[in-house]
Design a protein around this ligand. Structure first.
Ligand SMILES: *Cc1c(COP(=O)(O)O)cnc(C)c1O
Length: 456
């Protein structure tokens, strides 16, 4: 069902392919299935099947789900898929970066790409995923779609404004259904081109344009699994806290969903960079939107954390029209006050801290000096937040490590003097041939290009 309550409920596949609900809300399940697994003796993929089955039933049976889960996580280069390791007193690191693009979005997207493909095959349809990227999410979406039978993917990136590693992670993928476009403009121009393409009804229909973005329910759902495995590994009998570097609030929302399902979560600690809407909200009780500033943790440079809406829906007693009103107010006035009583409930579960670029570099350096480990800037924001907020020292705290340090080598080198090498499977990235089309910032030219490339 939708958080805004004014469109019909859909089944899992409807939410998967639909993305955003037609009333502008986000899809949420009617209930939070309880998490009843004993993962300390199970493999990651076994836990994933147990946790995800209730969400995808009856559209998808356990055996079919199992096959997809096994295939999705076979692309990870660590056998534990999402291993958790001690960092320093009371803090653990949950490593979510062993997927093909070295960042946590692979955990969800490797599965979601396969879920899309299977549902399109069942409907005997095709779809074109159209994405704008400032560097990071494009490669995760490409890896999710490469080689899938029913999908094409087109990724627009701003020419000359993404790092060489980021560009090559997209342009060196050798698959006929992967199409890269370098746009002569900035990231906003790319986003506007995507919007214009979706707004072109003929193009949208002919290409069956679709999105796989971070408000998709299937992405949040896929992320619940590692909260379950990490809690079981670190604190099988007791409470555990999580510290999560946050942009769109999708990752930390999955932790909240795990708690709804019975995982014994003490606190969810949100770490933000200078784009700190969530931290300001938790500190002051009022949510206000501001402009976006570029930081060393670019995957968290956002103006609004869209997935907060799913949490507000529960806070507002699942009253869709009140949620719609609240979101309207935030959009129009840039300000939302949810009241003291609700804010008390928020603060019982969530704590938050914000770290600027200097603080991020200092934290990367401190972690390296004190533990010998290299962490990427996003992870550093999580570690810094875990250390900044007051918390019960007897409760272990798991920091979600969302990117491999080699994905952001410049910041890591600046902080520590050590340049982290790319893992073996990407070592020849700089030598592989690139495939990319350069286009002007013009929706008509893009539309012609898409029709020609995709034969529609
Ligand atoms: C996307 C991303 C985040 C933020 O995750 P949200 O679900 O948007 O909160 C954090 N770190 C990295 C490396 C990311 O790619």
């Amino acid at each position: 069902m939708s958080t805004r309550g004014s469109c019909p409920a859909v089944d899992f596949s409807g939410a998967l392919l639909g993305g955003l609900a037609p009333d502008g809300g986000l899809y949420v399940p009617e209930e939070w299935p309880s998490v009843d697994v004993h993962p300390s003796v199970e493999r990651y993929t076994d836990v994933a099947v147990d946790v995800l089955s209730p969400y995808v039933a009856p559209d998808l049976g356990r055996d079919e789900l199992r096959a997809m889960v096994e295939e999705a996580y076979a692309t990870f280069t660590h056998d534990e898929v999402c291993p958790v390791r001690p960092l320093e007193d009371g803090l653990w690191l949950l490593e979510l970066y062993w997927g093909p693009t070295l960042a946590f979005k692979d955990v969800a997207l490797q599965l979601v790409g396969r879920l899309f493909d299977r549902e399109l095959a069942r409907r005997d349809e095709r779809a074109t995923i159209l994405v704008a990227t400032s560097g990071d999410t494009g490669s995760a979406a490409i890896e999710a779609c490469r080689g899938r039978d029913r999908l094409d993917i087109v990724v627009l990136h701003p020419a000359g404004r993404v790092s060489e590693v980021q560009r090559r992670q997209m342009t060196t993928v050798d698959a006929p259904n992967v199409h890269n476009v370098a746009v002569d403009g900035d990231f906003d121009a790319c986003q506007d081109l995507v919007k214009a393409s979706f707004a072109d009804a003929d193009l949208r229909r002919d290409l069956r344009l679709s999105a796989m973005n971070s408000i998709n329910w299937a992405r949040v759902m896929s992320q619940v699994v590692y909260y379950v495995t990490a809690a079981a590994a670190v604190a099988p009998d007791g409470p555990v806290s999580f510290a999560v570097p946050t942009g769109n609030f999708g990752n930390v929302l999955a932790g909240w969903v795990a708690a709804q399902g019975g995982v014994d979560v003490d606190r969810l600690i949100v770490g933000t960079n200078r784009n700190d809407i969530v931290t300001r909200w938790i500190d002051t009780g009022v949510m206000t939107t501001e402009g976006v500033e570029p930081t060393l943790s670019p995957s968290m440079d956002i103006q609004f954390s869209s997935n907060v809406e799913r949490y507000l829906w529960e806070l507002y007693g699942r009253n869709g029209s009140v949620v719609a009103e609240a979101m309207g107010e935030l959009r129009q006035r840039g300000r939302l006050d949810i009241g003291t009583a609700r804010m008390e409930r928020v603060r019982r579960m969530f704590a938050a801290a914000s770290v600027d670029d200097a603080g991020t570099l200092a934290e990367i350096r401190r972690v390296h000096e004190e533990t010998g480990r290299l962490v990427d800037p996003h992870t550093a924001v999580g570690v810094a937040a875990a250390r900044a907020v007051p918390r019960d020292a007897s409760v272990p705290c798991v920091v979600l490590s969302t990117a491999h340090p080699a994905k952001f080598p410049d910041a890591v080198e600046e902080a520590t003097g050590v340049r982290p090498p790319l893992p073996a499977h990407l070592a020849d990235l700089l030598d592989r041939p690139e495939r990319v089309e350069s286009l002007p910032d013009d929706p008509a030219v893009l539309a012609d290009h898409l029709r020609a490339t995709l034969g529609a």
